[in-house]
Ligand binder design. Structure first.
Ligand code: ADP
Ligand code: MG
Length: 157
């Protein structure tokens, strides 16, 4: 696939299904933001960088830490709510944010593929894989060939 792939849009509410209980909240992007991904029908887990931007007329600005370009893992899957006819992208940013950022603008630069989607027999098995994905993503984006994408013009605006 033609990496890097840019995605962006306002963060939407998901189904609230356990992201936070799993220690892995995932910011949902709207369908329209996935047009660039349309050539990519390979579902699964991807890695890259992401940045959160305050929405127009926000009353509270983001802290310096929360406003950085940060490593992320993203899951791309078919949305069961739309009879599996639409893709859904959920982005977990590897950073401890001061608060939720629903409605904020999110930009993500997808840099590579980690693994296909799997079905899990247990919550524990899922958590083990999520932790592994985070390590793989961090290791990947901090390699010199990828670090430069942190300063990509895509994130300057
Ligand atoms: P939902 O089903 O609404 O997506 P989640 O449990 O997946 O619920 O939580 C996602 C929300 O958590 C995001 O929209 C964002 O506002 C917030 N959040 C806080 N920290 C993070 C993070 N590190 N990565 C992604 N989202 C985060
Ligand atoms: Mg989510």
């Amino acid at each position: 696939p033609p990496f890097p792939i840019p995605l962006s849009g306002p963060v939407q509410h998901g189904f609230g299904r356990g992201g936070k209980d799993l220690g892995c909240p995932t910011a949902n992007l709207p369908d329209e933001s996935l047009l660039h991904m349309s050539e990519i029908t390979q579902t699964g887990v991807y890695y890259g960088y992401a940045r959160v931007y305050p929405p127009e007329g926000a009353d509270k600005p983001l802290s310096e830490q929360d406003a950085k370009v940060l490593p992320m893992v993203m899951s791309l899957g078919w949305n069961p709510f739309y009879k599996n006819e639409r893709l859904t992208a959920e982005v977990h940013i590897m950073h401890d944010f001061a608060s939720d950022f629903y409605g904020y603008y999110l930009k993500a630069l997808v840099l590579g593929y980690i693994r296909p989607e799997l079905d899990y027999i247990s919550r524990e098995a899922l958590i083990v894989d999520i932790e592994m994905d985070k390590r793989v993503a961090l290791n990947s984006v901090t390699r010199p060939a990828y670090e430069k994408f942190q300063d990509d013009p895509f994130f300057q605006s």
